[in-house]
Write a protein that binds this ligand. Sequence first.
Ligand code: ASP
Length: 340
Amino acid sequence: MKLSRRRFVASTALAVAGATALPAGRGAERAPRTKAGERPLIVSTWDFGRAANDAALQVLLAGGTILDAVEQGIWVTESAGNPSVGLSGGPNAAGVVQLDACIMSGPGHRAGSVAALEGIRHPISAARRVMEKTPHVMLVGEGARMFALEEGLESVDPHSEERYEAWRQKRAATKRPAPLPAANRKNHDTIALLVLAADGNLAGGCSTSGLSGKLPGRVGDSPIIGSGLYVDNDVGAAGATGLGENIMRYCGSFLVVEFMRRGLPPDEACRETIRRIARQDPKGFDLSINFVALDKHGRSGAAGTGAGFPFAVTTRTRSLVLPSLAVGPRTPAAGGAKRQ
Ligand code: ASP
């Protein structure tokens, strides 16, 4: 599903005018930065985000709202047979796919979210409806599914009851239940998609099936406002992908936006967030966390632990997959950034 680092660097480095080619086999300590001022600007996680960005751009160009662009962009990934987003995503330990999603609107600072949602084709639409049609921000589990069904959202039968019952019986019959799988780069991913519209407004959305093999009911960072996504219409927006447990304990996306508020460009804000978390976390940089961000000025960037990760950037004139900054123990701190 993902391009190998070598392939995506090769396929994108030449495409970015003025970008410095990245040294093979090393993390991108300096990744290409997009120029300020381009609107609309759409940024999302991973190489699969590019198709979502393209759809979001078309919505905007056709006169759709910024929230339509976020929602319909994310529909593309939710419908694409992706192994970690939508109903094609990885199931939990009982064999049921539980989906997490959220949406946030810069104007009005509104948000909607669903978690552990079963059998709904487009969880991002459920999240949007929570925001627009209820006085709440977040619905979970069966309540979220009931709401989505009442709203007429497309659904399938997830066969939850039989699967949970079979899982319970199997666990009861097993002396030592199988350990939960550790996160690796194959069993989780998320689309977080951020939009800066031509009028300067911001919005974002996030959708995932989370960590496959997770305990039923496990919720990651993705639907948590401030963790998997955060939008501040005066500053910028950020989204996350990676091991949710390592993001949600630090309100990661909120922190990225706060670093941008203090003047850091998006890529450095993402990097400083990772560095700050790694300083505090017993795992150090071994966290599997990645952030993508854009700011009010039309700049975008991303950073991730390990080798970093690809992210997609789309404007009227180009749609690219770029390497993020790679952040590790030897990455220099951002120029001028104060340690927090
Ligand atoms: N953040 C997601 C979660 O922990 C998974 C991912 O983005 O890789 O559920």
